[in-house]
Design a protein around this ligand. Structure first.
Ligand code: 9MR
Ligand code: ZN
Length: 767
């Protein structure tokens, strides 16, 4: 806090360009307000729990608080939640001896947010009148912009102003009304880059300078017309798989918040209203992850095809679901077609992509980081909601779909509605080939090593893929990418052998070249890190041992050459790799499964690997028992927890092949059920599927077009709250309920190719 007199300047006396959406900007004010309160934490809590009555939607100042919504806005305790962000600029952020926040700007960059200072962690409610105020001065007189804005998508402002601070302290105070829908997680920011006023003057650069900000306050001036928060999305009290079940499947409904008398359930036929099955509700279990008591109802015996709901005597009812032989046909098609929508480097025509058609993207050559070398690395799938292409992530995705085809070729058709449909090869293999072709371009022709990834330096804005035009940077070779590459190419050599022998040979050759690179280059213990100013998906790893194991196991399975088995033995002599994961980082689960299912493999080594693998399976069984909803994630839900669940399903099915036991099939089914609706949130986590599904995924094409691409599995609950939106609306929620269907929440509502792929595997096996 700067304790010093300052020039009191009324905003109306300044040339402030002020915008409050809807044009309803209030007059300037300098009124005093209480400077400190715990209102924000209170608001967030309320937001999560408040229930609105039908009659009243109006809020009051008492309800929605008074006091400064910007915690630590006087910087007496340091920077607190204030953060600097650069996009082409350069700056340092600190609290100076005067107790002000100080931004030392070296370079302003070439966009308004080239240098940006921001604060998240407050809310703006529709109809509320707010006042923002702060003190500011600068060692250089220059224009800059303050904004209260949407924190995602087009980042449009709810209120903003342009000011030109100079060496004298200026007090800014501006009232505005929130005209748009309540935003529980907006961003207050100062754009200190190349703002429009500089551009207009033909200025492109500024000398180094410092800007000082203090006493930032945002208060509610009038809550008379504030709209109460909408009721949070409610989960039904009876959860079922919203897509449905095959007739022979295990069928479990999970019930919550029932009273003791509510101990029987009925399955009702939607068409006739008849009760077709009656069962007991039993096995009350405490679900710590959702903080509730749950109960189970088994209706496996109901095998008659139809569309049903599950009801309790007390009147609780599930969403509808289907029992049919072909229940997963359409959905398997949809989750596979998601990969087609992620294709890069080719036009998606409306014939196949409908509303999501777009011209070819990312066609230009990439530049190998730190060199002038240009390479064609077009093709492949965009990783996720962003447009980066990352080898280890792509390898997991393509491995899953090839394994699914290898195990259940009859589950996939050649008529799913992609350009290659009808070419005589299953569409899933056409899709795999699209990614493999790109991966082949990522292999260095000289050394056989594989470049880790290709993307722009920064994540793109919320634009269509063809509108991301930043230079493509090819990041250095990594042994994790090279190991995964060798593995999936060897797998492809096997899977494509009977359908395209030439391609199979190409893949095997590439796999061997990559493997040579691995042999020549020792273990990587540091892992890949983004070089230079690259900030896109890092996909780092703490060890490349499991990737090496994966490569050896696939090469051994495909070729039968025992030298690869010798290499596995040598690897084990160096300390065993982890075999408990099927991810983009841990791939030892694939390696173990492949080795254990290779005929003629060494029995002694098999015994050792099997023991390790089954230990991992037991851990998953234990987790499934602990989580009330029978999923293999419990207590903490990581980023992409839905992948952990889907992977566990795959691992159970692998276990069944290694040591047949009917419990594994049931456990795998429970993972699928969880993803499709049997979870605490009540969501079927795939866009466009079931009854309650994500409508606002963090996925740029869906965001730009205002409509979600169908068939995408979102990341799901993430109890680590790793984005501002999640922090704002999910604080204090039970871990399994840390999920929000909002496109700003990239840490729980993004989509990726490698979250869909294990779901493809699971669904194909259940089909
Ligand atoms: O899936 C990744 C998750 O496991 C990590 O915790 C997270 C943060 O590093 O990154 C996720 O991957 C993202 C990637 O970095 C960029 N593309 C989108 C991915 C999904 O969010
Ligand atoms: Zn692209």
């Amino acid at each position: 806090m700067r304790k010093k007199f300052y020039a009191l300047i009324l905003t109306s006396a300044l040339a402030i360009s002020m915008m409050a959406c809807g044009g309803n900007s209030g007059a300037g004010t300098t009124s005093d307000v209480p400077s400190e309160s715990d209102s924000e934490a209170h608001l967030v809590e309320e937001l999560a729990t408040i229930s609105t009555t039908e009659a009243s939607t109006e809020a009051t100042t008492e309800e929605y608080g008074t006091g400064n919504m910007i915690k630590g806005g006087d910087f007496s305790d340091g920077l607190g939640e204030w953060v600097s962000y650069v996009n082409g600029g350069a700056c340092e952020l600190l609290v100076n001896d005067q107790g002000e926040m100080q931004v030392d700007i070296e370079k302003i960059g070439s966009v308004e947010h080239g240098v940006q200072i921001y604060y998240d962690g407050f809310s703006l409610r529709k109809g509320g009148i707010y006042n923002i105020s702060f003190d500011i001065h600068s060692t250089l007189e220059r224009p800059l912009e303050w904004r209260c804005q949407l924190n995602g998508g087009d980042y449009h402002a709810y209120a903003k102003g342009v000011i030109s601070p100079n060496s004298e302290v200026m007090h800014i105070s501006q009232e505005f009304s929130m005209e748009e829908d309540t935003d529980p997680a907006p961003r207050l920011c100062f754009n200190m880059g190349l703002v429009a006023d500089l551009k207009d003057q033909g200025i492109t650069e500024l000398p180094p300078h410092s800007i000082m900000i203090d006493n930032v306050e945002l208060v509610v001036v009038d809550a008379t017309n504030m709209i109460k928060d909408p009721e949070p999305v409610k989960a039904p009290l009876v959860k079922v798989n919203q897509v449905g079940y095959t007739p022979e499947a295990t069928k479990t409904a999970i019930f919550s918040k029932l009273d003791a008398a509510d101990n029987r359930f009925m399955v009702k036929d939607k068409a006739t209203g008849d009760t077709v099955f009656v069962g007991d509700i039993k096995d009350e279990t405490v679900c710590n992850d959702c903080v509730e008591h749950v109960f189970y109802g088994d209706f496996t015996e109901l095998k008659t095809p139809g569309t049903y709901t599950v009801m309790t005597i007390g009147g609780a009812e599930s969403y509808e679901f289907t029992i049919a032989e072909d229940v997963y046909d359409e959905s398997l098609n949809a989750i596979t077609k998601m990969l087609y929508y992620q294709r890069c480097g080719m036009e998606l025509t409306s014939e196949y992509a409908g509303d999501f058609a777009h011209p070819a993207c990312h066609k230009e050559e990439g530049t190998v980081f730190g060199t002038d070398k240009k390479l064609d690395v077009s093709g492949g799938w965009h990783d996720a909601g962003d447009y980066g292409k990352y080898v280890v992530a792509g390898a997991k995705a393509v491995a899953d779909i090839m394994l699914a085809y290898e195990k259940r070729p009859d589950a996939f058709s050649d008529a799913s509605g992609i350009p290659e449909s009808g070419n005589g090869m299953a569409d899933i293999l056409d899709e795999a080939k699209y990614e493999l072709d790109w991966m082949l371009k990522m292999q260095d022709s000289e050394t056989g090593g594989v470049y880790h990834k290709v993307s722009g330096e920064l994540f793109p804005e919320t634009v269509m893929p063809q509108d991301e035009t930043a230079e493509l940077i090819i990041c250095p070779i990594s042994t994790t990418a090279t190991g995964d590459f060798a593995a999936v190419m060897a797998m492809a050599a096997r899977v494509f052998k009977d359908v395209d022998a030439t391609y199979s040979a190409t893949c095997l050759d590439a796999a061997k070249k990559a493997y040579d690179y691995l042999k020549k280059n020792g273990y990587d213990t540091a892992g890949f890190s983004n070089p230079g100013n690259v900030v896109t998906g890092q996909y780092g790893d703490s060890t490349d041992k499991d990737e090496r194991f994966f490569a050896m196991a696939e090469l051994y399975k495909t070729t039968g050459d025992t030298s690869y088995q010798d290499d596995i033995k040598a690897l084990y002599d160096d300390g065993k790799p982890q075999v408990n994961a099927l991810g983009w980082a841990g791939v030892g689960g694939y390696a173990a499964y492949e080795y254990l299912t290779t005929e003629g493999a060494d029995e002694g080594l098999k015994g050792q690997i099997k023991e390790e693998y089954m230990k991992a399976i037991d851990e998953n069984i234990e987790s499934s028992g602990k989580s009330g909803y029978l999923c293999a994630v419990t207590t903490k839900y990581p980023w992409g927890s839905n992948m952990t669940v889907a992977n566990a399903g795959m691992m159970f099915l692998f276990a069944d092949e290694i040591e047949a036991d009917e419990k594994y099939g049931k456990l795998a089914q429970a993972q699928l059920d969880y993803l499709l609706g049997v979870n605490g949130t009540g969501y079927c986590f795939v866009t466009g599927m079931g009854t309650q599904y994500p409508e606002n995924p963090h996925h740029r094409p869906s965001q730009v077009l205002g409509k979600a691409v169908p068939g995408m599995l979102v990341g799901g609950p993430n109890s680590a709250l790793e984005d501002p939106y999640a922090k704002a609306v999910l604080a204090n929620k039970p871990s399994a309920l840390c999920y929000a269907d909002n496109n700003q929440s990239y840490s729980c509502n993004e989509i990726t190719i490698y979250w869909n792929s294990p779901l493809i595997y699971l669904m194909a096996m259940e089909k």
